[in-house]
Ligand binder design. Structure first.
Ligand code: 4AD
Length: 451
């Protein structure tokens, strides 16, 4: 197996001669020596390599190396006398695999995230974006562990779909270059990129019990905010014989599990975020793992907002779709912890949510977290055929087109629930990044999709 800096630093094989590959972060020369900081992306730390003038290519290659060059280095690993590092490598060979140039854009100084966004092809080589990449990877792994440990079946739902789950008309259309009019639709029907895998996940939940999807999701909304993307990844479990209470328990357990996992496995990267991105991040995350989430019905949330004496940009009254400023006020200023808001007005929620006995609210739940607002949206699903048909008619949906979905209520219908966790919002919460565009390798937002 290829040797990586992370493995070496975890358990340094002192005295051994090793070969490593990576990129040059910095070079410093002092009287016949060069100190090279090599980073290979396996961890935040680099390895200090000492190359001296006895190497055949010292004057020709090593002394002229530019930041960003790729190198293959062989040398002996020794204890380091320098402060702040345990080991260093004394090179016996430094092979330049790929040169770099003096105009390499990532010189050793702090660059703004806005500047780095303009070069999404180079930004993972920075400390912060590299750390986000590793934490994101670990979170993805932990998502699968969480569900697999609980016997959920992993399901691939389609990316191209003909049903608009959220019913908000935010679908990107999918067309070939040859379609003219309705006669020539490639799929025989207008199609789009999925806004959620939920409806298809419901199909499998009604056969396999507990399932989850984890895939790309697309929203053609013109939202230029720090928490919206046009392409993002969503984790959507769907559970048969599960009501709203059970749904909230799974969602809360999942968030705690994922956060505890990165706190345990990404110590160095999490410390970087705590030091440079969000002071107090580690404390915040530990308290999320330890404390119970507060449960708050929507009606009580509105009462709290009305009594707050605040003048919000978006006026508060029962029936509004809560905005980020309301969500953040509640979980940052009133409760200072994650909040599960339940039982929203039916009129502002999609057709599939189960109608409550009051006839005006639905069995919905959103989890709100400090700094971001909504991170999870879910509900118990309407399993009663007649009630669902009435809700769909009200929403102007064609019962014919959703006949397959109604079949799930005709044949062996059962109470079931699920939710969607926005993966980038989770990465944002865990890393403390203030803009969601730093949480996905290649962000897509209105007017922006460079590579
Ligand atoms: O609340 P949403 O729209 O719920 C659904 O799509 C349901 N069908 C999920 C389900 O019940 N299976 O989205 C769920 C989550 C949000 O809470 C948010 O975290 C994230 O997806 N999300 C976005 N993340 C980034 N950019 C956007 N434009 C997002 N829209 C939603």
């Amino acid at each position: 197996m290829k040797l990586r800096i992370k493995n070496i630093l975890n358990k340094p094989p002192l005295g051994e001669t090793l070969t490593l590959c990576g990129w040059l972060r910095t070079r410093r020369d002092t009287g016949g020596f060069s100190f090279l900081e090599l980073n290979d992306g396996s961890c935040l730390s680099g390895l200090q390599v000492i190359a001296d003038a006895s190497l055949a290519n010292y004057d020709s290659d090593i002394k002229t190396l530019n930041t960003g060059a790729s190198l293959q280095i062989t040398g002996e690993l020794k204890e380091s006398p320098a402060q702040g590092q345990v080991v260093e490598m004394h090179a016996t060979s430094v092979e330049v695999v790929g040169v770099s140039c003096p105009d390499y854009p990532l010189q050793k100084k702090r660059h703004s995230f806005e500047f780095l966004r303009e070069m999404s092809h180079l930004r993972p080589r920075t400390n912060a974006l590299g750390a986000v990449g590793r934490v994101r990877s670990r979170l993805g792994y932990a998502v699968h562990n969480f569900f697999q440990e609980r016997d959920f079946i992993f399901l691939h739902t389609p990316i191209i779909t003909t049903s608009d789950c959220e019913g908000a008309g935010e679908m990107f259309q999918v067309r070939t270059g040859h379609e003219h009019g309705s006669e020539s639709h490639f799929f025989g029907h207008p199609a789009g990129l999925t806004v959620s895998g939920q409806l298809q996940a419901e199909v499998y939940a009604m056969a396999l019990g507990d399932v989850y999807t984890f895939g790309p999701t697309f929203r053609a909304e013109n939202s230029n905010t720090s928490r919206h993307l046009a392409e993002f990844w969503m984790i959507e479990p769907e559970m048969a014989f599960c009501d709203l209470q059970c749904n909230m328990e799974v969602a809360g357990d999942m968030l705690k599990y994922l956060i505890a996992d990165v706190l345990e496995h990404c110590v160095e990267d999490m410390q970087l975020f705590n030091n440079f991105i969000e002071k107090g991040l580690l404390e915040k995350l530990k308290s999320v793992v330890e404390k119970d989430f507060v449960h708050l019905p929507y009606t009580e949330a509105i009462e709290l907002l009305e009594k707050s004496g605040r003048s919000f940009d978006y006026p508060v009254k029962w029936g509004i779709d809560m905005q980020s400023e309301h969500e953040r006020y509640l979980c940052e200023e009133v409760f200072s912890c994650p909040l599960i808001v339940t039982d929203y007005p039916a009129a502002i929620k999609p057709f599939y949510m189960r109608m409550n006995d009051d006839g005006r609210t639905v069995a919905a739940m959103d989890i709100l977290v400090p700094g971001i607002g909504e991170i999870v949206g879910g509900s118990q699903r309407e399993e009663r055929l007649k009630v669902l048909e009435a809700r769909m008619k009200e929403a102007g949906l064609s019962l014919e087109e959703y006949d397959w979905y109604l079949d799930l209520r005709r044949y062996g219908s059962a109470p079931h629930s699920g939710f969607g966790l926005g993966f980038e919002r989770l990465v944002q919460f865990v890393t403390g990044m203030s803009n969601i565009r730093e949480t996905i390798p290649f962000p897509r937002t209105p007017g922006f999709a460079p590579c």
